[in-house]
Write a protein that binds this ligand. Structure first.
Ligand code: HEM
Length: 204
């Protein structure tokens, strides 16, 4: 098992670099370099790629505590903050792409979109919940907020449910992909509930 020093010196830089790859791919495609082709609808490709990676990073963030329990090692927790911040980064790219490239900041299109495509409101709610988590993710905020920090950061569970709903709602026909992500989330939530019940003595 890796030591905390190895995780800090090797593991974290490797995970950080790997986490930047989808973003680098999008930037290369948008700039037309490195032979990256974003397809016939680059705006949609950016939207979908950033959205799906935001969700993947949320699920990875939520997997770190169960991984810690399964391995009995502290190192998975070293990655939690970084993965959460990548979830926020990809969600911000997803939102900025919608606002700037898809809708060109035209609020006469954006406002009716909220009622015509209500899945957007669900996504916006998730993003608004993710924002305070990203802001307060530092050690300073953790210290300042004390036990309220844990309560605040529990928002990650309902917000990930909202993201799965947002994903599911915007799918036109085949729901396989959102179903798979929702099942992963359900398993992570189930694990968490099972552990907290066991801890409070409700399960033996
Ligand atoms: C104001 C906030 C948001 C807006 C305006 C927004 C907008 C959109 C739009 C327009 C699509 C559909 C793209 C298409 O038709 O192909 C979409 C899909 C998606 N969004 Fe969002 N979204 C928001 C927040 C979020 C957040 C916070 C997340 C994740 C953390 C997220 C994850 C996804 C995912 C996973 C998809 C499906 C991508 C795919 O089809 O592969 N969205 N969103």
């Amino acid at each position: 098992m890796p030591s905390l020093r190895q995780v800090r010196l090797i593991g974290k830089p490797v995970v950080f670099t790997a986490s930047l790859l989808p973003l680098a791919w999008l930037v290369a495609g948008a700039a037309g370099v490195g032979g990256v082709d974003l397809g016939v609808n680059p705006v949609e490709t950016i939207q979908d790629t950033a959205g799906i990676w935001a969700l993947r990073f949320l699920l990875l963030t939520l997997s770190m505590t169960p991984l810690r329990h399964a391995t009995g090692q502290a190192w998975p927790l070293q990655f939690r903050r970084m993965l959460g911040l990548f979830a926020f980064t990809y969600a911000a790219v997803h939102f900025a792409n919608y606002l700037a490239l898809d809708r060109a900041f035209d609020f006469m299109e954006i406002i009716p979109d909220l009622t015509k495509r209500p899945f957007i409101m669900v996504g916006a709610a998730a993003l608004l919940m993710l924002l305070p988590l990203a802001i307060t993710s530092t050690a300073g905020w953790r210290r300042r907020l004390g036990p309220r920090w844990i309560a605040l950061h529990r928002l990650v569970y309902p917000l990930t449910i909202l993201v799965c709903w947002h994903f599911w709602w915007q799918v036109k026909k085949d729901v396989t992909e959102p179903l798979v992500y929702s099942l992963i989330l359900a398993s992570l939530l189930g694990l968490r509930m099972w552990r907290s019940r066991r801890k409070t003595g409700m399960l033996t």
